[in-house]
Design a protein around this ligand. Structure first.
Ligand SMILES: Cc1cc2nc3c(=O)[nH]c(=O)nc-3n(C[C@H](O)[C@H](O)[C@H](O)COP(=O)(O)O)c2cc1C
Length: 335
């Protein structure tokens, strides 16, 4: 049986990819991931804030906060702007040379300026590809949807024109038309679309009267949104599609592949169960394929995608109406 996958033109030994996370903060972490059966490793991001010093400012603010802020700091690991990018690149270079699986560099940008240089440095350091995590919250009501989309495209085009390695965009799910944005990025040369980034939603603690950060590990339920869009986009974009968010067990990986993902990324499951869990995911996919009589991923990838020949909207609407009808029929009493 062959479980090799192809992602952005890279040949991967398995479709399970380690998402950017704190597991790749150290060389030892990367080594453990590489030995765990993953097809590729996305390094933790080089954050714009690390370079500009904004992380320092945030860290000072957080010093006054609760212990749970420590978790949110894991997104901004070392608030030390000086040499932050050099340290990051050194780690990437060593990771790429020791790992026998492709190592993908991750950039977390908010503005295009300067990112081209970092992408080029990542390429020189041996990154097999670059993932752009365009985590941007259009917090100002003046920030129009079109300009947010244009920033994504502009950033992608700038990086694409500067590097030869493939470039993926890790997208958030909050656009009026995900399909159009995906098509725009596809036309602008994206080699991969990672659906979706998981946004951090802070909460309010009414006892402490404080805003508390909302980072935690995901649950499989959260994969439904990504899977729905992957299923709708399958066959409509040239770019590879990575399913991201909500994987815990092998069946979650299988569902993403059936929906049409080329590869499936996971951070939470590897943080929750340890990096060796990746091998369980891979073995689980293989066992399921053997049970179903599939020889390769191509035999079933996208088999349950909703795109078909139409635009998928009618099927989605029918499923929505059916689900509401069924729910209404169930919950009519006794109150
Ligand atoms: C502790 C931690 C650190 C993360 N660091 C990064 C990062 O550096 N860059 C990035 O793009 N995403 C980062 N993420 C987000 C993950 O890559 C992933 O998109 C998200 O957790 C959803 O996937 P999951 O359901 O498999 O966890 C991080 C997530 C966690 C939990």
């Amino acid at each position: 049986m062959n479980i090799e996958a192809s992602y952005m033109g890279l040949r991967l030994k398995s479709p399970v990819v380690a998402s950017a996370s704190s597991l790749s903060y150290t060389l030892d972490g990367v080594r453990r991931l590489a030995a765990s059966g993953v097809g590729a490793i996305v390094m933790h991001s080089l954050f714009e804030e690390e370079i500009t010093g904004e992380a320092d400012r945030r860290a000072r603010l957080l010093e006054a906060g609760t212990e749970s802020y420590a978790e949110s700091l894991s997104y901004f690991p070392e608030p030390t702007p000086q040499g932050a990018s050099k340290r990051h690149l050194d780690l990437l270079e060593r990771a790429a040379s020791l790992s026998d699986v492709p190592v993908i560099g991750s950039l977390n940008a908010t503005a295009p300026g300067g990112w081209v240089a970092h992408a080029q440095e990542m390429e020189s350091a041996g990154a097999a590809g670059i993932e752009l995590n365009v985590y941007m919250l259009p917090a100002s009501p003046q920030d129009g949807g079109r300009s947010v989309e244009a920033r994504h495209v502009e950033l992608l085009q700038m990086v694409k024109s500067a590097v030869r390695v493939p470039v993926a965009v890790k997208l958030g799910p909050f656009f009026s038309s995900i399909g159009e944005v995906a098509a725009m990025l596809d036309a602008a040369g994206a080699d991969g679309l990672v659906l979706f980034a998981r946004f951090v939603h802070p909460d309010i603690d009414p006892e402490l009267m404080r805003i508390v950060p909302g980072i935690g590990l995901s649950s499989p339920f959260e994969s439904r949104l990504s899977r729905t869009w992957i299923s709708l986009l399958r066959g409509k974009v040239r770019a590879s599609i990575a399913g991201a968010t909500g994987v815990d067990q092998a069946e979650d990986v299988i569902k993403y592949l059936l929906a049409g993902a080329d590869v499936v990324m996971t951070a939470s499951s590897l943080l929750r169960h340890g990096p060796a869990h990746a091998q369980e995911l891979v073995d689980g996919v293989s066992a399921w394929m053997a049970r179903k009589g599939f020889q390769s991923l191509a035999d079933f990838r996208g088999m349950l995608s909703g795109s078909g020949d139409g635009d998928g909207a009618a099927e989605e609407r029918a499923a929505y109406v059916d689900a509401l009808r069924a729910a209404n029929a169930k919950s009519q009493g006794p109150w």
